[in-house]
Design a protein around this ligand. Structure first.
Ligand code: G16
Length: 495
């Protein structure tokens, strides 16, 4: 068939290095940019198949998010702005790792398994972050789509949430908003202005796309939010000593930001789909408002509004194993909010949050949003319109309505295998027992380990009654990982 002939020809321009295999990680493929050209072409093919299958527009974002500038990666976006399903992650791996001469065979295998009508039209939206490698890699995605006859819309430099928004707008035929960057700024800034007044915010743009887009959005905020932008990409390297991951891990302000006492500050990551807030107090102490804190503040605010509006909707907070134990206790015991725990990865939290009227989900690292079910949205909108609603109730439901509009709803370390939402290690043998006995030595302690799905590292989490104890537990657990899971290089040092 002519269609496959073109794939065959074009794929030779994006050849796969023989023997190279890559795994689909927490948020897609991610590694050094030099290994990714064939992956991008093939993800263009896969997105086209997914578009034909769902008869909808699919998104492909070229980014490695918080990873160093030399890396790159790809995130696939499903019709309603969600991440692709586990089944299609499997197809992505199948296609990515097919040797050059079996690419067509694997492609046809997916078409057959999914019973895809190849005469169906396809549409793929493509975006990229500011990494130097993103330009040619996104071109490889576009080549993949066009070789299978799909239509493309190249949005160029956008944040990941912006591309999610475009995909969702397109597939809801404009009901969610207008699928343009301007439509995005208008929708979010209008809702934001309803909810806040006269504020000043210091923004760390991580030297990436978030900085560029924040500048573009500034005029839409009509000077009601005074933005002071640092790490805006005019000098300095992406994510280097700045950005949400740096601030969270180092527990300190990014380089290049001068913070006065009590000033509100925030940091994005490399594709601006994470945010953490922070401030310093009068004693110069640094305070981080990470995803746990954000989820707690948002659910407190929403609960208050629901009470004032007289609405009986169930709120739940979805967390991962990284959530600090005291935040979970506070939500359950004081706030009386249901809390559930999933594996790391927005895709897992998103699906769990969909089970509730209002699902607040945040990873401690700053990824998150709030989902309002269709039924909850309907109840809120009906109350806004109802002329019998008194002033106080009306004010609360209008704020709830603005919150809905403000929130962009969308949605080898491998020797370590985990279970129970990644809170317990099943392999290597003895590792979990070692962690359990180390945890017992400390008060109010928790610890777990898991292989990262975006970086070649094992992540170690520890909490305890004091910073000193948490550091010491983290060090002891790191040593156990090093000894029992075949660590490389020098033994981990104490913090
Ligand atoms: C991605 C995922 C997040 C996850 C993060 C780290 O974020 O979307 O859900 O928390 O990776 O994952 P891991 O601990 O497996 O490395 P991003 O911002 O890097 O795309």
């Amino acid at each position: 068939m002519a269609q496959f002939e073109e794939v065959s020809q074009k794929s030779k321009l994006h050849p796969k290095p023989e023997g190279l295999t890559l795994q689909y990680g927490t948020a897609g493929f991610r590694t050094h940019a030099k290994h990714l050209d064939h992956i991008m072409f093939r993800m263009g093919l896969l997105a086209t198949l997914r578009s034909k299958k769902t008869k909808s527009t699919i998104g492909v974002m070229v980014t490695a998010s918080h990873n160093p500038e030399e890396d790159n990666g790809v995130k696939l976006i499903d019709p309603m702005g969600e991440m692709v399903t586990a089944m299609w992650e499997g197809y992505a791996t199948q296609l990515a790792n097919a040797e050059q001469d079996s690419l067509l065979k694997e492609l046809k295998d997916i078409i057959e398994k999914e019973d895809i009508d190849m005469s169906q039209t396809a549409s793929v939206y493509v975006g990229k972050d500011t990494r130097p490698s993103s330009a040619s890699l996104s071109q490889a995605v576009l080549d993949g789509v066009s070789s299978l006859g799909g239509k493309t819309h190249d949005y160029g430099l956008v944040t990941t949430p912006q591309l999610h928004y475009m995909v969702c707008c397109c597939n809801t035929h404009g009901c969610y908003g207008s699928p343009t960057v301007e439509g995005y700024y208008q929708k979010l800034s209008q809702a934001f202005l309803q909810l806040t007044q006269n504020k000043r915010l210091l923004v760390d743009g991580a030297n990436g796309i978030g900085a560029l887009k924040m500048r573009e959005m500034e005029p839409f905020l009509r000077s009601e939010l005074q933005l002071v932008l640092s790490n805006d990409g005019s000098s300095g390297k992406l994510n280097h000593m700045c950005g949400a991951d740096y601030v969270k891990v180092q527990q300190k302000a990014p380089q290049g930001m001068n913070i006065a006492v009590g000033e509100r500050c925030c940091s994005f990551d490399g594709d601006a789909d994470r945010i953490v807030y922070y401030y310093t107090d009068s004693k110069g102490c640094f305070h981080l408002l990470d995803g746990d804190k954000i989820a707690t503040l948002i659910s407190t605010y929403l609960k208050e509004l629901l009470t004032q509006a007289g609405l009986n909707l169930q709120i739940a907070v979805v967390q991962t194993a990284y959530a600090n134990g005291s935040s979970t206790r506070y939500l359950e015991d004081v706030m009386k909010v249901a809390v559930c725990c999933t594996k790391t990865g927005v895709k897992h939290l998103h699906h769990a949050a969909q089970e509730y009227d209002i699902g607040v989900y945040f990873e401690a690292n700053g990824h998150g949003t709030v989902l309002f079910s269709k039924a909850a949205q309907k109840q809120i909108q009906e109350l806004v319109k109802d002329s019998d609603t008194n002033d106080e109730r009306k004010r609360a439901v209008k704020l709830l309505e603005s919150t809905i509009n403000l929130i962009n709803q969308v949605s080898d370390r491998r020797v370590i295998d985990t279970t129970d939402a990644e809170r317990r290690a099943v392999t290597p043998e003895g590792l979990q027992d070692a962690i359990d006995s180390l945890v017992k030595k400390y008060k109010s302690a928790r610890s777990f380990v898991r292989p990262s799905g975006t970086e070649d590292v094992v992540r170690v989490y520890a909490e305890a009654d004091t910073q000193e104890n948490a550091d010491s537990l983290a060090h002891e657990v790191s040593l156990a990982v090093y000894r029992l899971a075949g660590g490389v290089g020098d033994e981990p040092k104490s913090f």
